[in-house]
Design a protein around this ligand. Structure first.
Ligand SMILES: NC(=O)c1ccc[n+]([C@@H]2O[C@H](COP(=O)([O-])OP(=O)(O)OC[C@H]3O[C@@H](n4cnc5c(N)ncnc54)[C@H](OP(=O)(O)O)[C@@H]3O)[C@@H](O)[C@H]2O)c1
Length: 223
């Protein structure tokens, strides 16, 4: 049975990743800041192991990596993130911007470094980083959302760099855009459809596509 570790599983797309992999009989390590706030996680049962994890708590990430040191992890899904905040130019809230960049870019790199050995010794050897179209520099024609855009653009750069560095270890590293999924008001894409699509991309992507940026519907996005 393959194993997936997912961050930010208390709600939204992270919780849906857990539901879908658990339904497919994967072993799921579901991490969330406050797992007790999501009773559904514990109720999913046998093959889902629930762990409390704030991804910006590096000591906690290292402790979990150590606790799981014997376990191969086929797929690491770095999903946890702080959503966009949109103070306009001239009103940037710098403490918040630092937290967003730390959560959305720095913490995913640290997560990958903490779990690379677990992934390297698995069968699938894949890491998926949930990014955003808002991190695409090419597609930015509307401005705004400074902190969120910068954090996801930084994540995209980190994904590309990790992909190059981890190629020789046969680890496939992808950046994925979920579409505008219905965890947000006004969005268009059903959450289960978004996650099903991203999983399809992860499982069909071949090693030579490492370092790519895909949308949930399998189209390539420009950086
Ligand atoms: N929904 C969309 O349309 C959309 C579009 C583009 C990209 N994305 C990306 O898709 C991913 C999931 O988004 P979503 O819509 O499901 O967002 P969401 O509903 O806001 O969920 C985000 C999750 O991340 C967790 N989180 C935040 N900071 C964390 C930390 N320091 N440590 C651990 N967990 C933390 C949250 O935990 P708490 O419950 O404890 O707050 C929550 O479970 C994110 O990377 C997001 O940027 C979403």
């Amino acid at each position: 049975m393959p194993t997936v570790l997912i961050t930010g599983c208390g709600r939204g797309l992270g919780l849906e990743f857990v539901r879908q992999y658990a339904a497919d009989q994967w072993r799921v390590i579901a991490t969330a800041r406050e797992p007790q706030a999501t009773p559904e996680l514990a109720a999913l049962g046998g093959n889902v192991r629930v762990c409390a994890l704030d991804v910006t708590d590096f000591a906690a990430v290292q402790a979990l990596a150590h606790e799981l040191r014997e376990e191969p992890i086929d797929l690491l899904v770095s999903n946890a993130a702080l959503a966009r905040m949109n103070p306009p130019f001239g009103s940037t809230d710098y403490p918040t911007m630092r937290r967003i960049v730390e959560t959305n870019a720095i913490a995913p790199l640290h997560l990958a470094e903490a779990f690379v050995e677990h992934v390297a010794r698995s069968e699938l050897r894949a890491m998926a980083f949930i990014s955003s179209r808002m991190g695409s520099t090419t597609l930015n024609t509307t401005g705004g959302a400074y902190a969120y855009r910068a954090s996801k653009a930084a994540l995209n750069s980190l994904v590309r760099t990790m992909a190059m560095d981890l190629r020789e270890r046969h680890i496939t590293v992808l950046a994925l855009h979920p579409g505008w999924a219905k965890t947000e008001p006004g969005a268009r894409v059903e959450v289960d459809e978004s996650v099903r699509g991203m999983r399809r991309v992860i499982h069909r992507a071949s090693a030579h596509e490492t370092g790519s940026f895909y949308m949930f519907n399998d189209t390539v996005l420009p950086w």
